[in-house]
Design a protein around this ligand. Structure first.
Ligand code: CU
Length: 182
């Protein structure tokens, strides 16, 4: 009985440890870990996708583009605070994924930007996203949508993402003026 319990516990641990969320089958060198998007408020025209991209090969790669059915346009963006002003811009020359390394797309930093959302992103749903790499080619991932503010680390940045939603429809908003898209 005791041995059985240990075995069951070990199986449980293995279950947790397995990279169940690693995606990117069909290509050994690049894997996409734990992609997710935040739910968007009604009427929002933009959303963001976060993930960690691992490169297990000895050759550096670049994320050069993305596409999805859920939005008109998908771009790779960089966000940073410059002189107290939150700015984001499209990375047009590709986001570097270092050899034998990884790059994190996370709130307040790099993200995949969904522009022209066809419908709000709803918590609990998933949507397909295609990522194009200079060397590894196209990798398809399934992105789960998490509730707004579900990640404490990004809570402060959620306001920024909300502002992005307002930005695209051109309406004025209190904090929108603090954000510029280049
Ligand atoms: Cu963006």
């Amino acid at each position: 009985m005791r041995a059985f319990c240990k075995l069951a516990f070990a199986a449980l641990l293995i279950g947790f440890a397995a990279p169940a969320l690693a995606q990117g089958t069909g290509n050994a060198s690049i894997t996409v870990e734990q992609p997710y998007a935040r739910a968007t408020p009604n009427g929002a025209k933009t959303g963001a996708v976060y993930m960690t991209i691992d490169n297990k090969s000895a050759t550096a790669d670049r994320l050069t583009g993305a596409s999805s059915d859920v939005a008109d346009k998908v771009q790779v963006h960089e966000m940073k605070v410059d002189n107290g002003i939150m700015q984001m811009r499209e990375i047009t020359d590709g986001l570097p994924v270092p050899a034998n390394g990884s790059v994190a797309l996370k709130p307040g930093s790099y993200h995949v930007m969904l522009i022209g959302l066809k419908k709000p992103l709803t918590a609990g749903e998933t949507f397909p996203l295609k990522l194009t790499f200079a060397k590894a080619g196209t990798i398809s991932v399934t992105v789960p949508v998490q509730a707004m503010g579900s990640n404490n680390m990004g809570a402060g940045n959620m306001g920024g993402m909300g502002n992005m939603g307002g930005m695209s429809n051109g309406s004025s908003g209190g904090s929108m003026g603090k954000m510029e898209m280049k």
